[in-house]
Write a protein that binds this ligand. Structure first.
Ligand SMILES: O=P(O)(O)OC[C@H]1O[C@H](O[C@H]2O[C@H](CO)[C@@H](O)[C@H](O)[C@H]2O)[C@H](O)[C@@H](O)[C@@H]1O
Ligand SMILES: O=c1ccn([C@@H]2O[C@H](COP(=O)(O)OP(=O)(O)O)[C@@H](O)[C@H]2O)c(=O)[nH]1
Length: 473
């Protein structure tokens, strides 16, 4: 078996402890624990002022994994991470053209940091290694590695949606991004609609087509393009949830509910997650149905995220004000309708909270997958499961057909769905839960990893072995 090198912008701290909130780090931690290898990426640290480039990555061994951690300069982080990745690609790929900001400076920083990653990674790569690159921050990485002569198999997985042609072409350098994507051997998306969007793009732009053997010819290279829906460690998570009552914090939470039904939302503070629309739907629900007043509590766990990006700062204020206003308008002396927690909660505690919640509110406006949806299902008590209220615009909706699907832009419709979830009879809840659980049990994080790596390790047919790819600067 070849050695695996995983590359992602976000790498959790190797020391045991709480991993950062974020589905990519969570999904890959499970996969890396099982297979080992090198995990290369940004350390989360900034270089001292005046130093532009790290000399070499810091190498840390932990639990069979070698972490290669790069410190980045402040300017690089501004241009590449906060700038092009999170003010252009992130909003655009989540269908938010109104929030994009394109600048040549940020674009230059994006290519510069990808070149830096390639330069620092190259000395660690051996001829038989396979390389698996993750997410929108690092699309150009394979082209940089190829330009340095690397022949290894390189795969890419996009954790966020791939948008429709009309949206993607808003990106001024869309052609160059897809040309660089073609330097990979395997390109994985979360869902079939993402693959369709990619196919439509290459067809309409006249830069590629699907081949009779199912692969894609893109800019003259034959590559595998497919959907690989990311999963969770389902059985482990279910076991953790079943025994979560051991934790004092989980027990205290249960006691504090005083018999009220719990609704739970868990999201990074991100505009793609639809938190404001969800709070509005909850408020509408409270006014729709008097009988639920004082009989339910909505817990929203929302760790802060990407504080260096102005849209996130604005949103932090907006959501806090909204939650405060709803509580001010509806609270009683002995009842607070919304508990809004602005910090990271450990996944062991989350498992217990999911299990005690009658409704899981997962209502993003757009999401690549959404692991919280799968974790909520995994955590349920099979005898008395809760109901997952899921946005039709989350990637997870393609798989979890037992969920109660909702359109998060339809606040009244979501409010009605909350009533339906709270009043759903036991046999319907069990039937819906069973179908979802079977799916996430069969397609867990190991299934995702193995499926992708099998595609990556499969040698290309001789006749279509990829040639050189030029990097256009
Ligand atoms: O690294 P950050 O900027 O702090 O952001 C955290 C991560 O957010 C995104 O996660 C995505 O991946 C999940 C797992 O595949 C998926 O379920 C979710 O829908 C995506 O939004 C982002 O894509 C990661 O790169 C970030 O690390
Ligand atoms: O306080 C928190 C909030 C979230 N998470 C985890 O962060 C991940 C979020 O992944 P998801 O795919 O839902 O969204 P993303 O943040 O990656 O967009 C899930 O595994 C959550 O359990 C966590 O550990 N603590």
């Amino acid at each position: 078996m070849s050695r695996l090198i995983v590359v992602s912008n976000r790498v959790p701290a190797p020391e045991p402890g709480t991993p950062p909130a974020g589905g990519l780090a969570v999904a890959l931690s499970g996969a890396m624990k099982e297979r080992g290898g090198i995990w290369f990426g940004w350390s989360g640290r900034t270089l001292p002022a005046g130093q532009d480039e790290p000399e070499a990555p810091e190498l840390v061994e932990s639990d069979g994994v070698t972490y290669g951690l790069l410190d980045l300069g402040e300017r690089d982080l501004d241009d590449y991470y906060a700038g092009f990745s999170n003010r252009m690609l992130w909003p655009l790929f989540h269908y938010r053209m109104d929030l994009t900001e394109f600048t040549r400076v940020n674009l230059g920083g994006y290519y510069r940091v990808n070149r830096l990653f390639a330069k620092q990674l190259l000395p660690l790569i051996q001829p038989d290694d396979i390389i698996w690159v993750h997410d929108y921050h690092l699309i150009p990485l394979a082209a940089e590695l190829r330009a340095a002569g690397l022949q290894n198999r390189i795969g890419f997985f996009l954790h966020i949606p791939f948008p429709p042609h009309d949206i993607f072409t808003v990106l001024p350098n869309h052609a160059d991004i897809v040309r660089r994507l073609a330097a990979y051997d395997v390109v994985g998306f979360q869902t079939p609609p993402d693959v369709e969007n990619f196919e439509t793009y290459v067809r309409r732009e006249g830069v590629g087509r699907r081949l009779p053997d199912g692969r894609f010819l893109v800019y003259g290279r034959a590559i595998t393009v497919d959907d690989f829906p990311v999963g969770i460690e389902t059985q482990v998570f279910a076991t953790t949830a079943a025994s979560a009552n051991r934790h004092a914090l989980v027990r205290r939470m249960r006691e504090s509910l005083e018999g009220r039904k719990l609704l739970i939302g868990v999201d990074r503070l991100d505009y793609s997650k639809g938190i404001a629309q969800r709070i509005q739907a909850y408020e509408t629900f409270l006014t729709l149905d008097e009988m639920w007043r004082g009989r339910c509590t909505y817990l929203q766990v929302t760790p802060k995220s990407r504080g260096e990006v102005p849209e996130y700062v604005a949103m932090e204020r907006e959501v806090a004000e909204l939650a405060g206003r709803v509580n001010g308008a509806h609270a009683e002396l002995d009842w607070t309708p919304i508990r809004y927690v602005n910090r990271t909660v450990s996944r062991n505690t989350l498992a217990g909270l999911y299990r005690m919640a009658h409704v899981g509110l997962v209502t993003p406006l757009r999401d690549g997958m959404n692991l919280v949806a799968k974790e909520y299902v995994a955590a349920q008590d099979p005898e008395d499961p809760g109901v997952l209220l899921l946005s039709r615009f989350a990637g997870a909706a393609c798989e979890l057909e037992g969920a109660l699907l909702t359109n998060p832009y339809d606040v009244d419709g979501t409010a009605g769905a909350i009533v339906r979830a709270l009043e759903m009879p036991l046999d319907e809840r069990q039937d819906r839960w069973r179908r979802m659980f079977e799916r996430i049990r069969d397609r867990d994080v190991a299934w995702w990893r193995n499926n992708f790596l099998e595609a990556l390790e499969r040698p290309a047919p001789e006749a279509t072995r990829p040639g050189k790819i030029a990097v256009v600067r």
